[in-house]
Design a protein around this ligand. Structure first.
Ligand code: AMP
Length: 281
């Protein structure tokens, strides 16, 4: 696996006809890799001749400084995992390399409601920072295909808007969420859960699953099902619920009809760690 720290070196390599014509697949990450990330690498390897992974903990998408400071760094292990997974190229830039002119976004996009609700409401500025760095990365790597996880459902929806609005030439492919045996969605933040929080964390996926089952098998109103899920999670000591919602899977507006495609989304702090999860229902 080749490792590049500088944009110009990465671009010189990727733009060479012998590489470019093989088709570039791209998996952007913030490191502390797990099987969820590796499943995206595997999909890219199937769909493209060259797979590029980036590891960059982007300061502009952290609204909470202590979350940024505590973000796990396991770079030596990450590199080994990527080599074992058959990744071709790792892009490992510094903050200075990505933001030579400072962190401010000179031309931020307005994504409207889809970025203002849910995570947008609870993590102000998060999606602006995320879109800022994803656009930079897409302009650097110029991938034919971009692989992102359903785990961050709202994020991939916003990146779809970003690609359309900026007329970037890449196809976004959403990979399924990989889970631990008990259902907890894999996340780099899970290592920060202590035993008690880890035991409670399963409630998030369990409640999503129950909502999915109720939507498919009962005549309850969507609204009532969402409310029940939220009440259930709120009633559990140790779970600090931020939201449990059932939304239209394209617009993220509250889902009201049985017919429309829906997604149930949850965010909660457990043992001081903020976790998110979702399921298409
Ligand atoms: P992150 O390093 O958390 O920014 O995630 C990098 C990419 O991996 C994003 O596209 C995430 O949606 C995706 N990802 C994170 N967790 C999972 C998971 N459990 N299953 C599948 N993809 C994931």
């Amino acid at each position: 696996m080749l490792i590049f720290k500088q944009i110009k070196d990465l671009q010189r390599y990727l733009q060479a006809p012998a590489v470019k014509t093989r088709g570039i697949g791209f998996v952007p990450t913030m490191g502390a890799l797990h099987q969820g990330h590796l499943s995206l690498i595997a999909q890219s390897r199937k769909g493209c001749g060259v797979t590029v992974c980036s590891i960059f903990v982007n300061p502009t998408q952290f609204n909470d400084k202590s979350d940024f400071d505590k973000y796990p760094n396991t770079i030596a292990r990450d590199i080994e995992m990527l080599i074992d997974a058959g990744c071709d190229v790792l892009f490992l830039p510094t903050v200075k390399e990505m933001y030579p002119d400072g962190l401010e976004d000179k031309k931020p996009l307005n994504f409207g409601y889809v970025a203002e609700t849910l995570e947008g409401e609870h993590r102000p500025g998060h999606f602006a920072g995320m879109a800022q760095v994803v656009e930079k990365l897409l302009r650097i790597v110029k991938p034919n295909k971009l692989y992102m996880g359903q785990k961050d459902y709202q994020q991939q929806l916003i990146v779809r808007h970003l690609i359309r609005k900026r007329r970037l030439h890449t196809e976004l492919i959403m990979g399924a969420t990989l889970r631990e045996k008990d259902g907890l969605a894999m996340s780099s933040r899970n290592v920060r859960l202590d035993a008690a929080a880890r035991a409670l964390s399963v409630e998030l996926s369990k409640t999503l699953k129950a909502a999915k089952r109720e939507i498919r098998n009962t005549k309850y109103e969507v609204n009532a099902i969402a409310k029940r899920g939220a009440e259930h999670l709120k009633s559990i000591p140790g779970i600090d619920l931020e939201y449990f919602e059932i939304r239209n899977s394209e617009t993220l507006k509250p889902a009201t009809t049985r017919k429309e495609k829906k997604v149930a989304l949850v965010a909660a702090k457990i043992g001081g760690v903020r976790l998110i999860d979702n399921m298409l229902v």
